[in-house]
Design a protein around this ligand. Structure first.
Ligand SMILES: *Cc1c(COP(=O)(O)O)cnc(C)c1O
Length: 360
């Protein structure tokens, strides 16, 4: 078995222990005589999987009682429509544009109401997080929307914006469970799980109960109405059963690592190794403002396209794969999610050092 160090932005690396457990349970899940893939989502054994997953997630994130946890399909992108359809009561939402994902959410919201850009970092290719301490939040805004960790550009909100009392909605796809989240500060947070939590096909939505309404926008599909999903505990129709099962295993793995505070410490230590090297290297440079650096996605460049390509190719050859930057940014990007071991980053940095010596 030859496992590589996978720096993919998503779908991304998962804990080996989780994959091994899943493999061991593939043919016969706990004496049921079948795989989790083959079982009814209404069966008792599956019900336990789902309930435990929710319970463990609630424990990990310290989710207050008055928040619902929904396990849904359609990826994070589906939420770009579901959120305005469910939450735009006055028909107005404010957006802080810090990258492609926030922009896509904004563009989708424009189809359903008045979406307003109240801040943006597009002037400098999204290489920083704008000052959000005193933004022109609309009086009748139903919510203020952010993408908390910008997967493509490698920035992260270190401080949540001052929403002036308005509901905060956040896409946390690429920082989900990488550190503690103060759930009470959000009205709704959601994440596609394929970045840091599980296999593609599941999106987790954590939403305060008072935002779950019956009087949603005219024409909202039944499936996209949070009330439909909340009333049925995410079992209105067949949920992404196998994906939820793997997420559940990742939640247990995270608890075993010591929870989210321990994860944060580990992730900080891990990211520091790479950032420290980028700061001292003469060949490689980070591309974003230091204060806004993401712990999960680390873009970097050499400033020479051919050298970038050579690096990516030689790194892959050496077992460090998926380091090519996003097609809109170029250069490189190392995604170092929870399941990337610290040795992976240490070895990558050693490889970069060697590459710099040989090509400098
Ligand atoms: C990957 C990503 C998305 C899109 O996720 P899908 O599940 O493919 O729809 C949205 N937001 C962020 C922050 C992402 O990283």
């Amino acid at each position: 078995m030859a496992r590589v160090y996978n720096f993919s932005a998503g779908p991304a690396v998962l804990p080996e222990e989780v994959l091994q457990e899943a493999a061991a349970e593939m043919m016969d899940y706990k004496g049921s005589g079948m795989s989790v893939m083959e079982m009814s989502h209404r069966s008792k054994v599956y019900d336990t999987i789902m309930k435990e997953a929710e319970k463990d997630l609630r424990e990990l994130m310290n989710i207050p009682e008055n928040y619902k946890v929904l396990f849904l399909q359609g990826g994070a992108s589906q939420q770009f429509s579901a959120i305005p359809m469910n939450l735009m009561k006055n028909g107005v939402a404010d957006f802080i544009i810090t990258g492609q994902w926030a922009k896509k959410a904004y563009q989708e919201a424009c189809r359903y109401g008045k979406a307003v850009k109240i801040a943006s970092s597009e002037d400098k290719t999204f290489s920083y997080i704008p000052d959000c301490s005193d933004l022109p939040v609309d009086d009748d805004a139903d919510y203020v929307y952010i993408c908390e960790n910008n997967t493509i550009y490698g920035t992260k909100f270190k401080e949540l914006p001052n929403t002036k009392g308005k509901t905060l909605v956040a896409d946390v796809s690429s920082c989900f469970l990488s550190e503690p989240h103060d759930v009470e500060k959000y009205g709704l947070l959601f994440g596609g799980v394929q970045k840091n939590v599980g296999p593609a096909g599941v999106v987790i939505v954590i939403v305060r109960e008072d935002l779950i309404r019956d009087d949603v926008m005219e024409g909202t599909p039944t499936m996209l109405k949070y009330k439909t999903q909340a009333d049925k505990d995410s079992l209105y129709n067949t949920p992404p059963c196998y994906g939820i099962y793997i997420c559940g295993k990742v939640f247990k793995w995270l608890k075993k690592q010591g929870g989210l505070a321990a994860m944060k410490e580990y992730n900080e230590k891990k990211a520091k190794i790479l950032y420290d090297f980028l700061d001292e290297s003469k060949m490689f440079q980070g591309t974003v403002e230091k204060k806004d650096r993401s712990l999960m996605n680390v873009p970097f460049i050499t400033g020479d396209k051919d050298l970038d390509a050579k690096f990516v190719a030689e790194a892959a050859e050496a077992g460090f794969v998926n380091l090519k930057g996003h097609r809109t940014v170029g250069g490189m990007r190392a995604s170092i999610y929870n399941a990337m071991p610290i040795e992976g980053v240490e070895k990558l940095v050693a490889f970069m050092r060697e590459f710099e010596k040989n090509n400098g």
